[in-house]
Design a protein around this ligand. Sequence first.
Ligand SMILES: *Cc1c(COP(=O)(O)O)cnc(C)c1O
Length: 381
Amino acid sequence: MMPFKETVQFIQDTFKTKDFIPIHAPVFMGNERKYVMDTLESTFVSSVGAYVDLSERMMAGISQTKKAVAVVNGTAGLQIALQLAGVQRGDEVITQALTFVATANAIQHNGAEPVFLDVDYDTMGLSPKSVSDFLEEFGERRESSTYNKRTGKKISACVPMHTFGFPVHLDELLKVCNLWNIPVVEDAAESLGSYYREKHTGGLGKLGVFSFNGNKIVTSGGGGMIVTNDPEIGIAGKHLTTTAKVAHSYEFYHDRLGYNFRMPNLNAALICAQLEQLDGFLENKRQLADAYSEFFKTQGITFRKELENTRANYWLMCVELKNLEERGAFLKATNDSKTMTRPIWQLMYRLPMYRHCFRDGQKNAEYLEERIVNIPSSVRI
Ligand SMILES: *Cc1c(COP(=O)(O)O)cnc(C)c1O
């Protein structure tokens, strides 16, 4: 018998097709066309426009933060959020090796070095214990900052990533980082709609960053959002991402080296329409997660569910196979049947540009790397 035949059958039945089933496809069934047409008719498709402001207000509301800044994509948002947190060239930034490459790239784009610490087995995100152990061994307090006593470099931020929308243990992580005076920048690119103890992810650290790339839970084509509870940081973020131009009705004056990282109004129109549907998408995905959970129980395969005190957005759903061999058989059987599945990312220190970076034991990251597989997770219409 073909291995994992019942799994393929279940996914095909669930998505009501025998054709190709992607991991995650966007759906446009709200005001997308109307709002995008609005921008064309108004001619304000580019850098200024009402939808940019509206998307920022909507995102501040959803993420329960004081200020949101719309940016051209999540990676650029992370790069700027790190600068706003105080990261400078030559610093070190703590993060996880089990992540999408953008997390580490944003650190390196600022001329800082990622320090890769292990994830927790249960959350698949940065482990407060790994961070605490690392700081106890290598951390040295100097005035109000922490330095790595082995390298002499300042440790200027910590970037946890909420893998596939499952929140990390934020209370514990914030406690460790506060103890060492290290600002937390949440890579919440995958966790729009995910909550930790009733609080929206991305809003608990000093800054948080969301992505609206085409494969995320909602999309603007390309785009992202920086959020913060510090209004001054928010204003500085808007300034920095809009060429640092000083407001004037006709003069060009820029008071520092800025970036052209703003989100075009055309994309903002799309995200406003998508955000209006977020609650429905979340409910739809939760029903799919429940169905998967019941089904995989009958197969002896572990389906990853949200942890206590959290609410996951179930952006990308995943199963945990027993070992590398079973993972290989699962990937082959499903993909051969046009049911797309995909292994979790290779750990960052396997990539050429991060091979030299410091890393700790990575016991959990390496365990998960060999076993976690994403399965089709789209909103079903
Ligand atoms: C998608 C993603 C990003 C970056 O988002 P873009 O908008 O594609 O630049 C950053 N971090 C993680 C973990 C992501 O999944």
